[in-house]
Design a protein around this ligand. Structure first.
Ligand code: AMP
Ligand code: ZN
Ligand code: ZN
Length: 346
């Protein structure tokens, strides 16, 4: 096959983006990639100069790329801080946290590590056997995600951040959209977007996604071309049960066979939401329903917030469990698993 030339210079192309199609050398791909992220930030008015930004960094490729770009282009106009959450998964999180911290130190960015253990007195390694024992409690990723968002929101308020940045990318967003369709989950559909959530409320710090229009595959290439060291050896050993992996695989197959599928699904989702625009009155109604959780003070419609309810359920379950039983269940979860991202990487 004839090697393609870069669309912008005479060099040999290092990457071909079939949906364009575009062919770029490493330097021009980096420029194209950076410009698209800056455009996403402008187009969706993700943040303004002067706002304090808290970046949630896991140590994986997405959040490290977002940190790299926010630091590269906005460290003069915005105050930046990093939050790293330690969910307590032995052998998995420690290495990723070390990588995340290393990036912050190199860039001179203030960073804070908060663990599930400190915040809730329970780790993911403790939680998973309990969920296995009583599947009615819910799925593994649902627990972990709710607890993580709780810490993010609470810490963002503590440091008076104006926006909370996550590394969610185009693939994540499209997977969520298709999953919501398959699950007939309409209320979740309107909560997605580059600016997550519909409620503007003092109790919630706005979560924003600068990589909303950036395909995952290109983030992997960007890390390689720009030598962004990240943690990618294994995915969370507990995420194997996530239904999301099935959707990821299905959408990857479609994108490979019909390039542009991810972008067109994203645009369809946006048009749908534009036509559904939640009225100001409705938003006000949502906000007015919120009150402070009786246990932790975070906003909720009920007496206790979702996180406090989950923790209470886990504590009840823990009481029912004999110590020896927990130990044997734990062993089963310690096997190594290959995640969809790794498969996709091949
Ligand atoms: P995930 O749900 O694992 O795809 O993660 C989505 C985004 O949430 C990441 O890109 C990060 O911005 C953030 N995030 C996930 N896990 C952590 C963590 N342990 N600490 C800080 N941020 C995280
Ligand atoms: Zn070039
Ligand atoms: Zn609570």
């Amino acid at each position: 096959m004839k090697t393609k030339q870069c669309d912008r210079c005479s060099k040999k192309a290092s990457i071909s983006l079939e949906y364009g199609p575009h062919h770029y050398c490493e330097a021009h791909f980096t420029k194209f990639f950076d410009n698209r992220v800056k455009k996403t930030i402008r187009k969706y008015k993700l943040f303004k100069p002067g706002e304090k930004l808290l970046v949630a960094v896991s140590g994986g490729k997405d959040s490290l790329v977002v940190l790299h770009l926010i630091h590269k282009y906005y460290s003069r106009s915005n105050e930046i801080e990093v939050l790293i959450i330690d969910e307590g998964v032995k052998g998995y999180r420690n290495k990723a946290i070390t990588t995340a911290k290393k990036h912050c130190k190199e860039k001179g960015i203030k960073h804070k590590v908060i663990s599930f253990e400190d915040e809730f007195g329970i780790t993911n390694d403790d939680i998973m056997p309990l969920l296995k024992q009583n599947p009615k409690l819910g799925g593994t990723c649902a627990f972990c995600g709710t607890m993580r968002r709780h810490i993010m929101n609470k810490y963002a308020k503590k440091i008076k951040a104006d926006k909370l940045i996550t590394g969610h990318n185009l693939d994540d967003e499209v997977q969520s959209f298709v999953m919501n369709v398959f699950n007939n989950d309409f209320s979740r559909l309107i909560r997605t977007g580059a600016r997550a959530g519909i409620i503007e409320h003092v109790g919630f710090v706005k979560r924003i996604k600068p990589l909303y229009e950036t395909p995952e595959k290109e983030i992997i290439a960007y890390c390689a071309f720009n030598e962004i060291e990240h943690y990618s050896q294994e995915c969370c050993p507990y995420s194997w049960s996530a239904k999301r992996n099935e959707f990821r695989e299905m959408l990857n197959n479609f994108e490979n066979r019909f390039p542009g599928t991810l972008f067109s699904t994203l645009r369809f989702n946006e048009q749908l939401k534009d036509n559904l625009k939640v009225s100001k009155e409705k938003k006000k109604e949502f906000s007015e329903k919120l009150k402070a959780c009786s246990k932790c003070g975070e906003p909720t419609e009920k007496k206790f917030c979702n996180t406090c309810e989950l923790i209470a359920k886990l504590q009840d379950e823990k009481k029912k469990t004999k110590k020896s039983k927990t130990k044997s269940a734990n062993k089963k979860y310690n096997k190594k698993l290959t995640c969809a991202t790794t498969k996709y990487n091949k």
